[in-house]
Design a protein around this ligand. Structure first.
Ligand code: EPZ
Length: 456
């Protein structure tokens, strides 16, 4: 699939209503022990569906703890393109005011759609609210096939008719009625899309084999604050009793559990000690268990975690699974850690079919990793060494930054617009813990070839 668009070097930040990722790189001087306190931002994977859901309200919503990411900026532009008013507010700009009363379109901008995969989340809300929606197929080949057949199947069973014209998906509904849906696999996005669509359907929808991720619980919390009647999120059966209208509300987004996990690995890989604030330990139990296995000392408190590395990690095996299993979004970071373990580890990726892009890049830093399909065999080496590497997607980028923090010498991580999609002020947070990391801007060729990975 062709996932590239061409922009000129002058096209930076917001360009003609489009969010163009900034081309820049990180220069990391490795070998520093990270120590101190860091606070985690709001969860990208919670806020994106919640922003989409807000179009269903009859009055304005205010969201708090909204991370400032490329993906949230793009989602805001998509909403604005539909006629919705979106403004950053609050003393530190971390809240979002969304007024959907001026919603007057149902066609999602194609270029923006290709940049942010979660624009598919507009399908359920727009079908529920205005009865029609037009989107294009989202990008997103970089971690393997990412079909949306389960989203479509679910929305069809609620009463939508789908047609496809020139790569555009056009959906309309006449009836919009609750139904019993059994998902073939517990897809996070499909569960969310169906929940949102069903919130305004007539009667009761039951979603079986639903995904159980904490972001789904957060979406339920938001929808119920808008007047929806949903229960069961966090279990594999979700029951949605449709209501006739939803109203605006104020809601605080949950902490980003993948950012939490990334800082946990940062502590262990640098043999450091970090207090991670605004984190919910119950959301990262699978990561905590694995890091304890490799030798980390971890203390949990109410809304935080203390993580201490104790030298070279022990090897372990990791298998990614739907929540509460080990999250696929932490697999690349774990691979970076295990590449310096005292022995051989095996990682099995069961969620996505091509999520080992970081293995080759880690190899440039001296890691010994062999991949065979969905399995990676990692023979730990005592130390990694700095190199020039490429972040091909969000979490592989995180993996390379972590590797760079622990490596001897200087690591240059290119392609960090991929990291900006999902980590807020990553370099500032790492620097506050003692890392030597700086962002270098504006040194890309005039016709930069932007990878639009649709990685959210
Ligand atoms: C969400 O993606 C996250 N994105 C991903 O986060 C995360 O990796 C993933 O869940 C799994 O936890 C957001 O929440 C915005 P899925 P999603 O539908 O919803 C297959 C990150 O790094 N499938 O649960 O797209 C699919 O191919 C990102 O932050 C179908 O076959 O994930 C995959 O193999 C990346 N048909 C599996 O299900 C469908 O219609 C799980 O995907 C939908 C999915």
């Amino acid at each position: 699939m062709d996932k590239t668009v061409h922009v000129t070097a002058t096209a930076r930040g917001l360009f003609a209503g489009r969010v163009v990722p900034q081309m820049s790189k990180f220069i990391i001087e490795g070998g520093r022990t990270l120590r101190g306190e860091v606070s985690v931002s709001g969860a990208k994977n919670a806020v994106l569906p919640i922003m989409a859901a807000s179009v269903m309200a009859d009055s304005p919503c205010v969201l708090h703890n909204v991370p400032d990411l490329t993906d949230t900026k793009i989602m805001a532009e998509i909403l604005k393109g539909l006629g919705v008013r979106v403004d950053r507010i609050g003393p530190d700009g971390s809240s979002l005011y969304i007024d959907p009363r001026t919603l007057n379109r149902h066609v999602v901008d194609e270029l923006l759609m290709r940049q942010v995969r979660s624009s598919v989340f507009l399908m359920g809300p727009l079908l529920g609210k205005v009865g029609k929606v037009q989107v294009s197929y989202p990008g997103g080949c970089d971690i393997g096939q990412r079909p949306i057949d389960l989203h479509i199947k679910g929305l069809k069973s609620l009463g939508a008719t789908f047609t496809e014209e020139h790569g555009q998906i056009i959906a309309e509904r006449d009836r919009w009625e609750g139904v019993d849906i059994h998902l073939d696999i517990p897809s996070v996005g499909a569960t969310e899309n169906i929940m949102m669509g069903a919130a305004l359907a007539k009667g009761v929808t039951v979603i079986r084999n639903a995904a159980k991720e904490p972001e789904i619980v957060d979406l339920q919390g938001f929808l119920n604050s808008m007047g929806a009647r949903i229960r069961g999120a966090g279990t594999d059966v979700i029951r949605v009793e449709g209501v006739t209208n939803l109203y605006g509300c104020e809601y605080t987004i949950m902490p980003d559990r993948i950012e939490v996990g990334t800082f946990m690995v940062a502590a262990v890989i640098t043999s450091g000690a970090i207090w991670i604030e605004n984190a919910l330990p119950e959301h990262v139990q699978a990561v905590t268990a694995k890091l304890r296995e490799v030798g980390a000392e971890i203390t949990e408190k109410d809304r935080g975690l203390y993580v201490k590395g104790t030298g070279r990690p022990k090897p372990t095996d990791v298998k990614t699974l739907p929540y509460p299993g080990f999250p696929t979004d932490m697999q690349p970071q774990m691979m970076a850690l295990l590449s310096i373990a005292e022995g051989t580890s095996v990682i099995t990726e069961t969620i996505f079919d091509s999520r080992f892009k970081q293995a080759e890049e880690l190899g440039r830093m001296g890691a010994k990793i062999r991949t065979e399909g969905r399995t990676a065999i990692i023979k730990g080496v005592p130390r990694l060494s700095g190199a020039m590497v490429e972040a091909t997607d969000l979490r592989s980028g995180a993996s390379l930054v972590l590797a760079g923090l622990s490596a001897d010498g200087v690591t240059t991580v290119n392609g960090i617009h991929n990291l900006d999609r999902g980590y807020e002020r990553l370099e500032a947070k790492l620097a506050s813990l003692g890392a030597s990391i700086k962002r270098v801007l504006g040194d890309e060729p005039v016709h930069a070839r932007l990878r639009v990975t649709g990685m959210n």
